[in-house]
Each structure stands twice: as structure tokens, then as C-alpha cells.
Design a protein around this ligand. Structure first.
Ligand code: C2E
Ligand code: CA
Ligand code: CA
Ligand code: CA
Length: 279
């Protein structure tokens, strides 16, 4: 194994080298980027199927790099995880997202919730609980307006330590969502053990609803299973009205996708929220 890895470095694949250099240069700037506010949060509306209303949003990290332009999260989140920077980065994103939600509440939308993605790495960090509760306290936001999204594979890997962390978060009033559902290997036992309020069905199944009978069955049975366990369901990656209608027939609770709203800056999101009637 070591020998094979050694050999890999001996062959000069220019593309690979470039990729490695690019990631190194990104990493070198990441701490600075947080300080200089180059990392910001885009908000993708989450729609309640029954009412068609925006009842919340998912916070998605964005990096406006002064030289490279917009760097997608897939390029810097994994690198931040590997280099021990994810805690700092998450603290920054959580602070922005919770702060934004507090301002949405002040504008009168007091049932708005925010979903923030949480890296697997953080679930065994003893500082996580304090980070979450101090951020909520700083912005005076009630914990049930925060949803933490954890990927199915993370939750799966759950040793007791991780289940304990999730239970402590849940006990603090924060809500939990199982992200990318269907891409891992969940068992019923695991679904019962994780104190999740919500199951978020992965885009790969949702986007295939129209064409693939097996994906339709997968989505429908996930919704039924979730409901039978008292959990809500979210479908991600809804890109057209046909899929939206299918999900409505399946009684999916919430939807997210380019069709109902792309990730956007906070002011654009606030414009989409219904104007309050004047008192
Ligand atoms: P995710 O949590 O599964 O987020 C959904 C991704 O799907 C987002 O990509 C979103 O822009 C995209 N998306 C939403 N609707 C549609 C649609 O209708 N069609 C298509 N094709 N795509 C859609 P994005 O923003 O590039 O984020 C990618 C991943 O990066 C996220 O996947 C999440 O795993 C991770 N990520 C983003 N922000 C954070 C963060 O603050 N912390 C952590 N740990 N991970 C993050
Ligand atoms: Ca997510
Ligand atoms: Ca997802
Ligand atoms: Ca996904």
C-alpha cells in the first residue's frame, strides 16, 4: 500500500500536480478568507408542500476568492475537514446563518428555520455543543429554529459517542436532519436510534422520479417509512413541476430545488418572503 502510494508520487501527472497545488493554495488562504469575510452563506428556500410557503432555508457555504472567483464548497469543505480547519469554518458559517435567521425573525417571519450542514468530523468534537448553544444565545434564536444536517453515512458510522452527541444536541432543542438519505446503508434500527426530526431524500433519487420506476418506489417508500416513524421528509433537487407534483401525491412534507428556489443571498431571500400586512 505504502509502496503503491509512493509510486503514485513518482509519476508526474501534470493534471494531478496542478490539482494538488490548487488545493494547497486554497488551504493556505482559508484562514485568511474567513477573517476577511470572503466566505459567505447562500440560502436556498425550503418550501412547505401543503401551503407552498417558504418556511426556512438551507445555508450553503460560498467562497468569493479574490483571484479564483467563486470556489464551490466541494473544493474547500473536504480540504478544511482534512486540515483541521472545519471547526473554525463551521463556527463562521453557523454564526452568519443564525444571525441572518434572527434578522428574518425581526422582520416578522418568526416561524422561519435555518438548516446548517455539519461535517462528520465535528460530531466527535467536544466543543460542538458549546459552539451551537453559544451561537444561538448570541443571536437570541430559539434552538428549535436551527436544524443541523448530518449526512447519512456520517450518522451510519455512528459509534456510541456520535449517537450521544446527537442525543445531546437533540436534548438542547436543536433539530436534526439526515442528509443525502438513500446514498448510505441505513437500517431501520439506525433510523430509530438517531434522534432525527427529518429525513432529506438525496437529489439522485428525486431527480430520477419522472423516468425511473425504481427511484419512484424508493422515494415513496422512504416517505412512508419516515412518516411511520414520526419523522418529516424533505426532497432535495426538485428541478421541475412534474417532480414537484409527484412528491405532492406522495405526501412529501417539504421540497427544495432549483424549481422552487436557487441558493441566493440574504437580501434576495428576504424579498421572497411574504410582505407582512400592515398593522
Ligand atoms: P448538500 O448538503 O447535499 O447540498 C445540496 C447541494 O445541491 C447544494 O450544492 C445545492 O446548491 C445543490 N442543489 C440544490 N437544488 C438543486 C437542484 O435542483 N439541482 C441541482 N443539480 N443541484 C441543486 P452546493 O451548494 O454546491 O453544496 C455542495 C455540498 O457541499 C453540500 O451538499 C454539502 O454537503 C456541502 N456543503 C455546503 N455548505 C456546507 C457547509 O457550510 N458545511 C459543510 N460541512 N458542508 C457544506
Ligand atoms: Ca445539506
Ligand atoms: Ca443533501
Ligand atoms: Ca446531496
Amino acid at each position: 500500500r505504502a509502496a503503491a502510494e509512493g509510486r503514485r508520487w513518482m509519476t508526474y501527472d501534470p493534471a494531478e500536480l496542478e490539482d494538488a497545488e490548487w488545493k494547497m493554495s486554497l488551504l493556505a488562504r482559508l484562514d485568511q478568507a474567513v477573517e476577511r469575510d470572503e466566505i459567505w452563506v447562500a440560502y436556498q428556500p425550503k418550501i412547505e408542500m401543503a401551503s407552498g410557503r417558504i418556511i426556512g432555508a438551507e445555508a450553503l457555504a460560498r467562497w468569493s476568492h479574490p483571484e479564483k472567483g467563486e470556489v464551490p464548497p466541494s473544493q474547500f469543505i473536504p480540504a478544511a475537514e482534512r486540515s483541521g480547519r472545519i471547526e473554525n469554518l463551521t463556527a463562521h458559517i453557523l454564526d452568519s446563518a443564525v444571525g441572518a435567521t434572527a434578522s428574518i425573525h425581526r422582520a416578522g417571519h418568526t416561524d422561519f428555520s435555518i438548516a446548517v450542514n455539519l461535517s462528520a468530523r465535528l460530531l466527535d468534537s467536544p466543543a460542538l455543543l458549546a459552539m451551537v448553544s453559544s451561537t444561538l444565545a448570541r443571536h437570541k434564536l430559539a434552538p428549535h429554529h436551527l436544524i443541523l444536517e448530518i449526512t447519512e453515512t456520517t450518522a451510519m458510522a455512528s459509534q456510541d459517542g456520535i449517537v450521544e452527541t446527537l442525543e445531546a444536541l437533540s436534548a438542547s432543542g436543536v433539530r436534526l436532519s439526515i442528509d443525502d438519505y438513500g446514498t448510505g446503508f441505513s437500517t431501520l434500527d439506525y433510523l430509530k436510534r438517531i434522534p432525527a426530526d427529518e429525513i432529506k431524500i438525496d437529489r439522485s433519487f428525486v431527480s430520477m422520479l419522472e423516468k425511473s420506476q425504481s427511484d419512484r418506489i424508493m422515494v415513496h417508500s422512504t416517505i412512508q417509512l419516515a412518516h411511520s416513524l414520526g419523522r418529516k421528509t424533505v426532497a432535495e433537487g426538485v428541478e421541475n413541476g412534474v417532480v414537484l407534483n409527484e412528491l405532492r401525491l406522495m405526501q412529501c412534507d417539504y421540497v427544495q430545488g432549483y424549481y422552487t428556489g436557487k441558493p441566493m443571498k440574504l437580501p434576495a431571500l428576504m424579498e421572497q418572503l411574504p410582505q407582512r400586512e400592515s398593522e
